[in-house]
Design a protein around this ligand. Structure first.
Ligand code: FMN
Length: 379
């Protein structure tokens, strides 16, 4: 949404009130705000190029670069935009613009997401949280900040990582205080809506309160994984929550190159995990009597495997839904079955269904948990 502009009146309201009015009310109030005709991101792009083409790299250019960043133009995109414009506007103007753009996008420079996260946070991220890995799904990191008087630990969650459900037991006092230092996360108590956490947020968790039970489909996946581990297999759980998984473009380049042209988490999951796994188990909530959109998108993006020497022979479906009955999960199984048909060396080995569950963790009281464990053990 366009921000109400007051810069004109603040700077020139006394000296040139009409110019200030035109700036705040017409240029920003009417032109910039016609978002239905052209989005803010595109308006920023046009403005930055127009200013750069004139060689205007003063504070107003910095303002528009900052606004462009705010409107979603990434570091990679601004580099491409200025490089492209350089051929039409002039090389030295691009040099001047780059100096300022580099400054505005400095926080996105170098390193991976972990390095960027560290720059936002005063405390260390610490080491991989291997000692407590069994209490998490996904990768977390642990840095002890204080181990005397009161224990204080900095726990960092990678995107998609979450705690298993747990309770802090205590005869008196006890509990836990969560301080959100950087990034964005979620906290949920049993029976309550999940709460978004932003830097500066404080959560007091009294002793005895059950929190983060985990989703139903994830609980089934964890059971299956545990069974498979007990049977001596190496298991890797990958949560699609919070992952960057974009839609297949249908370009079919992967059928020639063996790899998707889109470099995102789906590409990594397909190339580094799915291609080499002997067994694939997909866990999903039932959405509208089918599989979830995340799962379907990943299946589409697994198209490079079609012409590859994939290792999987068994494919399992673990599903949860609010309703009970075979007709609730059968369309999800049929959808997955359609995908498996394209991989003649593989078969749908089984379906585990937890029906009649809605709230997080409810599946734990049903037979599906045991079935998922046994299915994992049977591998
Ligand atoms: C968008 C949406 C669509 C859903 N569609 C169905 C459905 O068609 N049939 C059903 O029984 N439950 C449906 N549900 C309920 C979920 O399948 C159920 O709450 C499930 O336990 C959630 O699993 P999770 O905890 O792994 O997210 C739907 C839920 C959502 C959010």
């Amino acid at each position: 949404m366009a921000v109400k502009q007051t810069a004109g009146r603040e700077s020139l309201g006394q000296f040139a009130p009409e110019f200030a009015r035109l700036n705040d009310d017409v240029l920003f109030g009417e032109v910039w705000s016609r978002e239905e005709a052209l989005g803010l991101r595109d308006r920023s792009l046009v403005t930055v190029v127009a200013l750069m083409a004139q060689g205007l790299v003063d504070e107003s250019f910095r303002y528009h670069l900052t606004t462009a960043k705010h409107n979603g133009i990434t570091r990679g995109e601004i580099a491409e935009i200025l490089t492209h414009a350089a051929f039409y506007a002039g090389w030295p103007k691009a040099w001047a613009a780059f100096r300022m753009a580099k400054d505005v996008w400095a926080d996105g420079e170098g390193g991976d997401g972990k390095a960027r996260h560290q720059r936002e946070m005063v405390f260390p991220i610490g080491a991989p949280n291997d000692a407590y890995a069994q209490y998490f799904v996904g990768q977390s990191y642990l840095a002890p900040l204080s181990t005397s008087q009161v224990g204080v630990y900095n726990v960092t969650f990678e995107p998609g990582c979450r705690n298993n459900w747990h309770i802090h037991h205590a005869k008196s006092g006890g509990g836990q205080v969560l301080l959100c230092l950087a990034g964005r996360g979620w906290y949920q108590e049993e029976g309550k809506a999940a709460r978004e956490l932003r830097p500066g947020d404080v959560v007091n968790i009294p002793a005895g309160v059950k929190h983060w039970p985990g989703s139903n489909s994830e609980l089934l996946a964890r059971q299956f994984a545990q069974g498979a581990q007990e049977a001596g297999h190496t298991v890797e759980m990958i949560s699609l929550a919070g992952r960057d998984i974009r839609f297949c473009k249908g370009c079919l380049a992967c059928q020639t190159t063996g790899r998707c042209v889109i470099r995102d988490d789906a590409d990594t999951i397909v190339q580094e995990k799915m291609l080499h796994a002997d067994v694939l188990a997909f866990a999903t909530p039932i959405y509208y009597y089918g599989m979830s959109g995340q799962m379907k998108t990943l299946l589409d993006r697994a198209n490079p495997l079609y012409s590859a020497d994939y290792a999987f022979r068994q494919v399992w479906l673990l599903a949860c839904a609010a309703e009970e009955g075979d007709e609730v999960w059968q369309r999800a199984a049929a959808g997955l079955g359609g995908w498996i048909e394209c991989f003649p060396k593989a078969r749908l080995a089984g379906v585990i269904f937890g029906g009649g569950v809605t709230g997080p963790g409810e599946v734990q009281s049903g037979a599906a948990m045991r079935q998922a464990l046994d299915a994992g053990r049977s591998l």
